[in-house]
Design a protein around this ligand. Structure first.
Ligand SMILES: Nc1ncnc2c1ncn2[C@@H]1O[C@H](COP(=O)(O)OP(=O)(O)OP(=O)(O)O)[C@@H](O)[C@H]1O
Ligand SMILES: [Mg+2]
Length: 384
């Protein structure tokens, strides 16, 4: 049996990566031309995949440009970030571990890194610092890529995923200023900073009173168009000796509102259930499977929000827009106008809903389907 051509749950950069020619082109040109770039989009639309794809292209062609991708998702403190940053920059600077081991005396003035190799010296390289010293001399780490780049006549592109996570560190305000002050002077290093917490990312990059304001280009990543999904889905089916006609394929992005992860997930379930030719029948079963598979997650999500917020979501589901009108507040038990306004802000900041042209929409299309089923017993069935 062939493997599914649809992938979700990890980033897609080679296999299963579709489209995004315009965004890839723009990001690549920015990064190769020294324009720092911030990418913002809701969760799972494809930021990390886009960056990986562009970096893979750059790695193939640009031998004098060294690239680093660090995911800050699980980094818990400034010191840990700095160690990680230094290690990855040193690793990217050379393919020879002998050079990594020499980096202590070559690239540092005040700090003395403890360097060690693991069992596999080609990848297992670790480095640590005295944390007191590290904190005092953090600019030496922040400037490390520029120093190495100058000394070796190379360039760096540094991509930091889930960048907004840094803002939870103690003393972030001071550190943020320091990062900006160091990085803006770099001539041979370009930064790509991206993350899924839209509200936090906007606050870091769009706020005129914050250091990272106007740090570079801001790309608000959009969804992939239906037309492109349809051709990706039909081709992926036929490459694996199965068939889906365009009309049926089009239903997949339509139901999933072009949300990258869910389009792939629904396409995968449909593909899996299809023997030769996919029909509406397989699609309907696939949709039920998808919602059931994600249900525990959604259940947890509603458990973490208050009753009046759930009521507000009910109003959103029903297409209401005037939440503070007396009729709507009474009908959905939304509380006082102050409650409504507070709850709306919370739901927007947590990326549960967003506003599009004056109306409100769930950010997660499958959560909305589940919500409808759970609270209104409304089951979505696909018909031709
Ligand atoms: N260009 C693409 N073509 C096809 N599928 C894609 C593309 N980009 C993303 N996807 C799908 O969306 C999923 C999520 O992508 P990715 O992890 O890159 O998004 P993200 O915006 O970084 O998510 P998060 O906010 O969770 O970090 C992937 O696993 C894949 O299924
Ligand atoms: Mg990501």
């Amino acid at each position: 049996m062939k493997d599914s051509p649809f992938i979700y749950g990890t980033t897609v950069s080679v296999q299963s990566f579709t489209n995004r020619e315009i965004e890839s082109g723009k990001l690549k040109s920015n990064l190769l031309n020294g324009i720092n770039t911030t990418i913002i989009s809701p969760r799972r639309w494809g930021k990390s995949s886009l960056v990986e794809k562009v970096i893979a292209d750059i790695n193939k062609k640009e031998k004098l440009t060294k690239t680093v991708i660090i995911d800050l998702f699980s980094v818990g403190s400034e010191e840990e970030f700095l160690e990680n940053f230094a290690r990855e920059v040193i690793k990217a600077s050379s393919s020879k571990w002998q050079e990594w081991m020499g980096s202590g005396k070559d690239f540092f003035k005040k700090l003395i890194p403890k360097l060690s190799l693991g069992i596999d010296p080609t990848s297992d390289f670790s480095l640590s610092f005295d944390w007191q010293e590290l904190k005092k001399n953090s600019d030496e780490i922040l400037n490390l890529p520029e120093i190495i780049a100058q000394k070796k006549g190379i360039k760096f592109i540094i991509c930091l995923d889930e960048f907004q996570n840094l803002s939870s560190f103690n003393d972030y305000v001071v550190f943020e200023k320091k990062m900006r002050a160091c990085w803006q002077r770099h001539k041979s290093v370009t930064y790509c900073l991206y993350g899924s917490k839209r509200h936090m990312m906007s606050d870091i990059f769009n706020n005129p009173s914050k250091p990272f304001y106007r740090f570079g280009d801001i790309m608000l990543l959009q969804k992939i168009e239906t037309k492109k999904w349809v051709s990706f889905i039909t081709k992926s089916f036929s490459n694996t000796s199965k068939i889906i006609d365009e009309q049926t394929a089009e239903m997949i992005p339509k139901i999933m509102k072009n949300h990258s992860w869910y389009v792939q997930q629904l396409a995968h379930y449909t593909w899996n259930l299809t023997d030769k030719k996919a029909t509406i029948n397989e699609l309907n079963i696939a949709l039920t499977e998808l919602i059931n598979a994600n249900a525990p997650l959604y259940q947890k999500e509603v458990e973490s929000i208050s009753q009046t917020q759930i009521n507000l979501l009910k109003a959103v589901t029903k297409g209401e827009t005037q939440f503070t009108s007396t009729v709507t507040m009474q009908k959905y038990l939304l509380g006082t106008p102050r409650n409504v306004s507070k709850n709306k802000t919370i739901l927007i900041n947590n990326d549960v809903i967003h506003e599009i042209n004056g109306t409100y929409e769930f950010v997660d299309p499958a959560f909305e389907l589940w919500f409808n089923k759970q609270f209104f017993n409304k089951i979505y069935t696909i018909t031709k």
